[in-house]
Ligand binder design. Structure first.
Ligand code: FES
Ligand SMILES: [Fe+2]
Length: 391
């Protein structure tokens, strides 16, 4: 992996004007330009071990059912019945026994979305069930994460009433496929074996701040000595080296002060390193922002994930999850508390300063301030964000 020295910020780089963080109009534009257009992480494949397991997600005003069919394929169905549009599923998660049935008139869909049963419709002239499968968003799987894309042109439309053809896949050349967008990340983290890790614990937070402040805060450790004395004790705040410093994915690593330590409440860990992690990586923690929905932190012996979802211009839901090797989790003495408590404290320290920033952004006295040399990734984030927003 190429390692670049920390980029200097370039004279004059400043924070963005306040409207980007507080305006409901900007929030609405983001829903269209970002959250209905980019690849969004909605969870892990491990949540769907069996055919018929499902969870529902809300993104950009849409409800989707994420489930696995009998052949093992993961689908993200729009939660909309093809009869009269009724929401099909109101539960957060569960298991479909072989099919998905609408609670209104019992139209019943197979786990691959095909309409199997539509009561009394056989007599309707011209009605063909093959023309009314559930519509679905495009799904991509990467390192055990499930990504969906809500771009209207990527809806898998299989319906004759919409476009006169069935089973149409309308990805046109030149569109941003997952493989193209994620090219800088594909294969990059194989040493940690992220695909096979399992979630041991998660904590959900609601933050009174804009989602971008969470990404910006994660991208610098300028604040660490003051805000995170416990973290600073184990990992020096000025030890960051970036290896992705432009574009949709940004980050690099920070060093641990002492060999054999880990970011835990005790500073120690008895867990084996993940996958094939060895050499210098035993003394590093890698941190990446994966625009616009995921923060991925790779430690020698565990991974941490923040799933981020904006709820309003000044409200963000963050689910923080801690992932471990399934073999470590199977041991009778496995206990992730040392990790969870360390990062729950660190998270809360971060959320506090992010919420303080949001409050300042609401003041008429706020004007863009200069980034420090330790905040190169922040101006890179702003550049990428503004280009997506067409600004
Ligand atoms: S609306 Fe779903 S079966 Fe009628
Ligand atoms: Fe922090």
């Amino acid at each position: 992996m190429e390692i670049f020295a920390r980029p200097s910020v370039g004279a004059g780089a400043k924070t963005l004007p306040a409207a980007w963080y507080i305006s409901p109009d900007v929030f609405a534009q983001e829903q269209e330009r970002i959250f209905r257009s980019e690849w969004l992480c909605v969870g892990r494949e491990e949540s769907l071990p069996r055919a018929g397991d499902f969870f529902t997600v809300e993104r950009a005003g849409e409800s989707l059912i994420v489930t696995r069919d009998a052949g093992g394929t993961v689908h993200a169905f729009y939660n909309v019945c093809r009869h009269r549009g009724t929401r099909l599923c109101s539960e957060e998660s569960g298991h479909f026994t072989g099919s998905i049935q609408c609670p209104y008139h019992a139209w019943t869909y197979a786990l691959d979305g095909k309409l199997k049963v539509a009561r009394n419709m056989a007599e309707v002239p011209g009605f063909d069930p093959a023309g009314y499968p559930l519509k679905e968003a495009r799904v991509a799987l990467w390192e055990g994460f499930i990504f969906i894309n809500l771009r209207p042109s990527l809806i898998l439309r299989q319906a004759q009433d919409d476009n006169g053809s069935s089973n149409q896949d309308d990805t046109r050349p030149g569109q941003d496929t997952f493989e193209r967008v994620f090219a800088p990340l594909i294969g990059r983290f194989s040493r940690w074996n992220v695909e096979n890790l399992q979630t041991a614990r998660s904590i959900t937070y609601e933050l009174a701040c804009n989602w971008k402040l969470v990404f910006l805060n994660y991208s610098e450790c300028y604040h660490c000595p003051l805000v995170h004395p416990q973290l600073d004790k184990l990992s020096p705040s000025d030890s960051g080296h970036n290896d992705l410093s432009e574009g949709a994915f940004l980050g690099g690593y920070s060093e641990l002060r002492q060999h054999g330590t880990s970011l835990t409440t005790s500073g120690r860990s008895s867990r084996e390193p993940l996958g094939s992690v060895g050499g210098d990586d035993l003394d590093r923690v890698y941190y990446y922002t994966i625009f616009p929905s995921l923060l991925l932190s790779l430690h020698p012996d565990y991974a941490m994930v923040h799933y981020c979802k904006p709820l309003a211009a000044d409200l963000t839901k963050v689910v923080c999850a801690w992932l471990f090797d399934p073999n470590a989790m199977a041991k009778p003495d496995f206990d992730p508390t040392d990790v969870v408590e360390f990062w729950d404290l660190t998270n809360r320290q971060d959320w506090h300063v992010n919420e303080l920033t949001q409050r300042g952004l609401n003041s008429r006295a706020y004007s863009p301030g200069p980034y420090s040399n330790a905040e190169g990734l922040l101006s890179a984030f702003d550049r990428h964000y503004l280009s997506i927003m067409g600004a």
